[in-house]
Design a protein around this ligand. Sequence first.
Ligand SMILES: Nc1ncnc2c1ncn2[C@@H]1O[C@H](COP(=O)(O)OP(=O)(O)OP(=O)(O)O)[C@@H](O)[C@H]1O
Length: 265
Amino acid sequence: MAIILSTNQPILSIKNLEKSYGVNQVLNGIDLSVYKGQIIGYIGPNGAGKSTTVKIMLGLEQNYSGQVEIFGSDIANEPVEYKRRVGYVPEVADLYDNLTAHEYLTFIGELYGVDSDSVDQKAQKLMSLFGLEDVYHSRISSFSKGMKQKTLIISSLLHNPDLLFLDEPIGGLDANSVMVFKEVLAQLAAQGKTIFYSSHIMDVVEKISNRIILLNEGRIVADGSFEELKQKNQEGTLEEIFNQLTGFDEHKDMAEQFVSIVQEM
Ligand SMILES: Nc1ncnc2c1ncn2[C@@H]1O[C@H](COP(=O)(O)OP(=O)(O)OP(=O)(O)O)[C@@H](O)[C@H]1O
């Protein structure tokens, strides 16, 4: 059944989300509404809870409290239907090394319900655009890091998802491919796709996102466009805003200690 949303209804709505692993409370009450066409830059220090939130939204983590609605339905009640309209590029590439790109991509496309001929044609065309036409029938185990990453990006888009979760998607991509990919994201968003982009590369997040959400110790500590965050925090770059809001100003001290330990004999 198709779910119809009015334009001002959020694509994604999170209310009072909490999650613990044993005694470790990782998410401390997240509230968030994301709208069609937004590119969310989802940032925060290591261990802040970014992947945990994304895993919950993907339905990979079930034990949480609070409510997560995607395309207007609570994912706890509709655990399967919404996934057809979601794409995901994971941080760690879990590609099947022994398959060829052709085998892998048609397999993934078919899992999402795209018929095998159309998925094959689409995968070939996208591989060509990324300069990978000659290796379409080669095993993924022979691919470089960037080639694997491009294959993953393609696999997340084969079913033309409405909501895309990207976790460090450009690791290993060369500068030209990054440029193409950034433009692809901007055009997808302009067509009404919603993108959740999680990364530690601040200058890319700063440029591609129209809304930045900073998570620290399981709480949202900043939410707004780059311009808004800049005005509020009176800092120049997203990296500086990140440092300020996460209370970090010790990089020189830490580096000095690090280097002096390295030099100990
Ligand atoms: N399966 C798990 N079991 C126990 N603890 C976990 C598990 N997954 C995550 N955690 C803990 O939850 C916290 C948040 O982890 P998470 O992976 O969400 O952080 P992150 O913001 O994505 O970090 P990074 O930037 O390093 O990827 C960490 O303290 C981590 O140790």
